[in-house]
Design a protein around this ligand. Structure first.
Ligand SMILES: Nc1ncnc2c1ncn2[C@@H]1O[C@H](COP(=O)(O)OP(=O)(O)OP(=O)(O)O)[C@@H](O)[C@H]1O
Length: 253
């Protein structure tokens, strides 16, 4: 297993253990004149798995893109370990350890599974032996990939391609994981398994995880807290267990 202490270190070298790893503060963003996110605020601690729920088009993927630096923010701030990420660019944000697994998997289908995974390792910067995520760790998490490392990733089932996508992100030894609908296209029986594997990644690596999910029940079951985004605004937040039992939650979709 990887030796990762899970602490996030700020740009000035100070540890911010205990503080929120990720803070989105009053963010407004969109595409040209089309404003999608309106004054969105949320926070995710190192020790948390947080789910972002919302109907189609609510702006969930847009928020993940903004956090990953792939979309400019009009107003507000996005901080990681207390340091603003605005204007830093997607490549530097990824190198600093914020890994986004986009919707639709984003793997290279004509490269082998092993090659895909090694591409992830190439992104890692400032990784020590203590914080490096190893190939052994990824294969232990997703044993289905172990015997097929030399096969083209495009030949895998949807669920296995999702494992490659997450595995590649993990190989970059991330300090924070953003997952956009990791269970898309999976058979219902596999959705729970995938989400349980994500929870175990969090447990093993001690990193914060923000998940966008359509499988509301399953996602809430593995999450500590959740936010509901509606028409680009956060309309509800709370402990996952509370939201699971909230009679009005389903009316928000
Ligand atoms: N590249 C883009 N250019 C212009 N508009 C976009 C772009 N991507 C998304 N949008 C628009 O932004 C809004 C929010 O889309 P987004 O994909 O963030 O929603 P979502 O909550 O992730 O939805 P879904 O669950 O369907 O993925 C939608 O109106 C969508 O049409």
């Amino acid at each position: 297993m990887a030796q990762v202490d899970g602490r996030i270190t700020g740009g000035d070298g100070t540890s911010s253990a205990g503080a929120a790893a990720l803070e989105v503060v009053g963010v407004t963003a969109g595409y040209g004149a089309h404003t999608v996110l309106r004054d969105v605020s949320l926070a995710v601690g190192d020790g948390e798995v947080v789910t972002l729920l919302g109907h189609n088009g609510a702006g969930k993927s847009t928020l993940l893109r903004a956090i990953a630096g792939a979309l400019d923010v009009e107003r507000g701030d996005i901080r990681f370990a207390g340091v603003s990420q605005l204007g830093r660019g997607a490549a530097r944000i990824a190198q600093d350890g914020i890994a986004l697994v986009p919707q639709g998997r984003g793997i290279f289908p004509t490269l082998s599974i092993g090659e895909n995974l090694r591409l992830g390792a190439g992104v890692a910067r400032n990784v020590t032996d203590r914080t490096r995520v190893t190939l052994d760790f990824v294969l232990e998490l997703f044993p289905a990939l172990a015997d097929r490392l030399h096969e083209d990733a495009g030949t895998l089932s949807g669920g296995q391609q999702q494992m490659v996508a997450i595995g590649t992100a993990l190989m970059a030894s991330p300090k924070f994981l953003l997952l956009d609908e990791p269970s898309t296209g999976l058979a219902p029986v596999l959705v729970q398994t995938m989400l349980a594997q994500i929870r175990s990644v969090h447990r093993e690596l001690g990193i914060g995880v923000l998940i966008v999910e359509q499988n509301i029940h399953e996602a809430l079951r593995i999450s500590d807290r959740a936010y509901v985004l509606r028409l680009g605004e956060i309309v509800r937040e709370g402990p996952a267990s509370t939201l699971l039992d909230a009679p009005d939650i389903w009316g928000l979709f």
